[in-house]
Design a protein around this ligand. Structure first.
Ligand code: SF4
Length: 269
């Protein structure tokens, strides 16, 4: 398959220079290289700039409702485990209103991939503070500084039980594509926190700001290093940060069905 096989006719409505373009290109290349049939590819979006990606890549996609992309994606995967199911939504959607569902996916270890377009603002509604913005920061469109502490998506994913955790950068297309491929091939719940500059509303976390801080690790970290490196203030760690093997939700449900069918055979009528 080629990247162009996933192109749609929809007009892309993101601001020029938005990090979402890098995520779209990397995702098209990743699914093309993995030869995923568009009929068997399901991208589930929430609400927000990021979630418009469902119109820009060919697949059996769903534009869901705010914060509810993960449970919809989990239901799709359970109904048909042969599908490749990916959630694409912003930090505001997944870690704000959708945070409970984000935690539940880690606990369940369903084979669903969550790609967070992490720009620390609610771009579609004009630049309010998103869940990954530091307390005390005031961005271009905010009247006052942010009054809430930030959520660290990596640590939240870790304590929730995700079996694949990575962080990537929207303008590093080659590295982002490889991390997306790793996440898709992993069997179980996977999260990729994709740092995505919002050129219109986030005038602090710009391309220069990120590129002065980011660095890659070559291989997944142990639990102690994951916590330590995620907590660094002036450096931002990228790469596949954590991997483990656990039984998936689909396997648990299938085994339970087999056991119920087996027991039913011996039922006295
Ligand atoms: Fe991208 Fe920000 Fe524009 Fe939304 S508002 S399209 S996130 S640059």
């Amino acid at each position: 398959m080629k990247e162009s096989d996933y192109k749609t006719q929809a007009w892309v409505q993101w601001c020029p220079g938005c990090g979402n373009y890098g995520i779209l290109t990397a995702l098209k290349k990743a699914v093309a290289e993995l030869e995923i049939d568009p009929k068997k590819l399901v991208i589930v979006g929430g609400i927000g700039c990021a979630s418009r990606i469902v119109y820009y890549i060919r697949g059996s996609n769903v534009h869901a409702i705010h914060g509810r992309a993960i449970p919809i994606a989990t239901g799709i995967k359970l109904a048909n485990p042969e599908l490749t199911v990916i959630v694409c939504a912003g930090d505001g959607d997944i870690l704000g209103i959708g945070a409970g569902h984000f935690v539940a996916l880690g606990r369940r270890n369903a084979d669903v991939k969550v790609f967070i377009h992490d720009n620390s603002v609610y771009g579609l509604t004009k630049g309010q503070a998103g869940p990954t913005l530091d307390k005390g920061v005031k961005l271009r469109a905010m009247v006052r500084a942010n009054v809430q502490d930030r959520i660290d998506p990596i640590l939240l994913a870790f304590v929730s039980g995700y079996s694949f955790i990575a962080r990537a950068y929207a303008y590093h297309l080659k590295e982002l594509r490889e991390i997306m491929k790793d996440a898709i091939l992993h069997k179980g719940s996977a999260v990729v926190d994709i740092l995505q500059p919002c050129v219109t509303y986030n005038d602090l976390m710009t391309r220069d700001w990120f590129e002065q801080r980011i660095y890659y690790v070559e291989k997944p970290l142990d639990e102690k290093d994951l916590v330590e490196k995620s907590g660094q203030k002036d450096r931002i760690v990228l790469g596949v940060l954590y991997k483990s093997q656990k039984e998936t939700l689909e396997r648990v449900v299938a085994n339970r069905k087999r056991m119920e069918n087996f027991l039913n055979k011996f039922e006295v009528k």
